[in-house]
Ligand binder design. Structure first.
Ligand SMILES: Cc1ncc(COP(=O)(O)OP(=O)(O)O)c(N)n1
Ligand SMILES: Cc1nc(C(=O)O)sc1CCOP(=O)(O)O
Ligand SMILES: [Mg+2]
Length: 256
């Protein structure tokens, strides 16, 4: 039911006999949104979080290329000690690499930097501002991630319109001083069985403990030190990705 010359599409709802008319632009936007949501689960499989403090003497560009070559599927810029201008410069160095590889680039904490840099989205913690407000400013196409430490926070994030939730700290953390270890990894099972949005585990995840996250229906793992803090980032990404791909398998749960 498409009249392309008039740049108008007619969509008929057969159930009640009524029709709505949508412009091609609106239709394209809707398709983009559906694609964003449907591929997000896979894109979160190995989520690398980059900050200069973690790197062992290599550039942001080199670290990004190595991680992507090894299988990183999503990336977050998390710079706690740079000003906006410096962060925007850093983003300008790595965004073309992420874009080329189809790896979403998420900005930690700062909605404005996300908007100005046209990054793929933003990650907001509990004290980083409202998800609903971020959605208003960024629109439906951008990815908005939220932090949760328990079921209540995960449900609230979903309710507010978050696209995914990062839940931790799975095993504590060397990179985030104030991270609080989850009382039990079973918190993941509780959350993944209660929310519809993808859930990512974070906090102290490395190649030795990642296997214990299997069978908990996680979309993936978010990692700082076990990826960007290592000497061979490509090899670390390969190993973590290999394990992250197997997280759905129940049998890994008892160890590897
Ligand atoms: C994927 C992901 N999950 C959780 C966090 C933590 O966010 P937040 O609680 O805001 O802490 P900071 O990262 O801002 O210190 C995250 N960044 N990414
Ligand atoms: C950014 C972040 N958030 C956490 C949370 O628990 O919410 S833990 C964490 C740091 C993750 O780094 P690493 O992989 O080196 O432990
Ligand atoms: Mg934050």
């Amino acid at each position: 039911m498409c009249n392309t010359q008039a740049r108008v599409l007619h969509i008929f709802y057969c159930t009640n006999g009524h029709s709505v008319t949508l412009g091609v632009k609106t239709m394209k936007k809707m398709v983009k949104q559906v694609l964003k949501k449907s591929s997000l689960h896979e894109k979160l499989r190995l989520y690398g979080i980059l900050g200069g403090e973690t790197l062992q003497g290599i550039t942001y560009r080199e670290a990004t290329m190595q991680a992507i070559d090894g299988g990183m599927t999503c990336m977050q810029v998390r710079e706690k000690h740079l000003d906006k201008e410096q962060i925007l410069k850093m983003i300008s160095e790595i965004k073309p690499i992420c874009d080329e590889a189809g790896v979403p680039l998420i900005i930690n904490d700062d909605i404005e930097i996300c908007k100005v840099s046209d990054a793929s989205g933003v990650h907001l913690g509990l004290s980083d501002g409202s998800i609903a407000e971020a959605r208003k400013l960024l629109g439906e196409e951008k990815i908005i991630g939220a932090t949760a430490h328990n079921l209540e926070e995960a449900l609230a994030a979903e309710d507010e319109g978050a696209d995914y939730v990062g839940v931790g700290a799975a095993f504590g953390s060397n990179s985030k001083g104030d991270a609080i270890k989850l009382p039990s990894l079973d918190v993941y099972n509780l959350i993944t069985s209660s929310v519809k949005i993808p859930v990512v585990a974070i906090g102290g995840i490395d190649i030795d403990n990642i296997g214990t996250l299997a069978g908990r229906h996680l979309a993936g793992v978010a990692v700082i030190s076990a990826l960007f803090g290592t000497q061979d980032i490509k090899k670390s990404a390969e190993d973590l990705r290999n394990m992250a791909d197997k997280l759905q398998h129940e049998k890994l749960r008892s160890g590897i």
